[in-house]
Write a protein that binds this ligand. Structure first.
Ligand SMILES: NC(=O)c1ccc[n+]([C@@H]2O[C@H](COP(=O)([O-])OP(=O)(O)OC[C@H]3O[C@@H](n4cnc5c(N)ncnc54)[C@H](OP(=O)(O)O)[C@@H]3O)[C@@H](O)[C@H]2O)c1
Length: 270
């Protein structure tokens, strides 16, 4: 008897790291469910994957800033597909003085980086538990290893993902669902991020990785049931420095780096 097909679901799959996860899993022969905002190229990406790798790909365009969209999407998935991989990748960040940030901007970070993955996972977990073996990969950031002034909400949102993943992993350790958390460092995923990394200077450029490198390492280690994934030797070295130096010093250095970015941004766009 043929076994029921299982799918890998990737959020924020239209570009950047999410797209790299999709292509990496496609190369491994996985059937894919891709999701991101409307009109951002998911249709074209799905066609490319189908024609290049011959995989089954379905895509959904929806906005995860609305909780009702997440609930509707999850219920549609549960009614139709068996999931054995869920990659919670969609996320946003940015640098800005706290008092200059609009409340809409702050709400977007908290909703997309914190509440959307909780709600999605909460609704899809029974589906994952039905499989003999399933994997969840939550995307945090190296930024979560220290608070950072002028970023404030973003690193805190990714710290949440770290704790959320660790707690879930412990709670479900006796099931077939393995939960990993990845901490990417700088990746030139889009022009805004590329420009930001340039302003962080030599040390950020030194540890720069491509989304493809991060995706392939993360997926390999996710399948090995790694709890925490710090991709790349450069990021591991940074992580070591962050744990070696007193937190106050790390906070000061990281904040000054972002401050430099904002000053340079202001000079370019007065
Ligand atoms: N880039 C870095 O240096 C870096 C470093 C550490 C961690 N990360 C983390 O890695 C993840 C991916 O980052 P990235 O740089 O690849 O970002 P990106 O290029 O901006 O891609 C973000 C993805 O999230 C989707 N998305 C944004 N808003 C959405 C919404 N309201 N509803 C549904 N989907 C939405 C986007 O879809 P659309 O295309 O439809 O907008 C896009 O596919 C994020 O969680 C980020 O925090 C990135």
């Amino acid at each position: 008897m043929a076994s029921t097909p299982t799918y890998a679901l990737i959020t924020g799959a239209s570009k950047g790291l999410g797209k790299a996860f999709a292509l990496q899993l496609a190369r491994m022969g996985k059937k894919l469910i891709l999701v991101s905002l409307p009109n951002e190229g998911l249709e074209k990406l799905s066609e490319t994957i189908r024609s290049e790798y011959g995989n089954e790909v379905v895509y959904f365009e929806t906005n995860f800033l609305e909780n009702k969209n997440i609930i509707e999407f999850a219920s549609l998935i549960n009614g139709k597909y068996n999931l054995d991989i869920l990659i919670n990748n969609a996320g946003i960040g940015g640098s800005c003085r706290f008092t200059d940030a609009g409340s809409e901007y702050l709400e977007r970070i908290v909703q997309l980086n914190i509440y959307a993955p909780i709600l999605l996972l909460h609704n899809l977990f029974p589906n994952l538990l039905k499989q003999k073996k399933a994997w969840v990969l939550n995307v945090a950031s190296m930024a979560c290893f220290s608070p950072i002034g002028f970023k404030t909400v973003y690193p805190a949102s990714k710290k949440f993902i770290q704790h959320f993943s660790a707690g879930l992993r412990e709670e479900f350790k006796e099931t077939g669902v393995s939960i990993s958390c990845v901490y990417p460092g700088p990746m030139g995923t889009n022009s805004v991020v590329k420009n930001r990394i340039k302003k962080y200077g030599f040390w950020a450029r030194l540890i720069l990785m491509t989304p493809e490198q991060v995706a392939s390492r993360s997926i390999r280690l996710m399948f090995k049931n790694k709890r925490n994934i710090v991709p790349g030797a450069g990021n591991k070295f940074y992580w070591f420095l962050m744990t070696f130096f007193p937190p106050r010093i790390v906070l000061n250095v990281a904040t000054n780096m972002v401050k430099k970015e904002l000053i340079s941004e202001k000079r370019q766009n007065p």
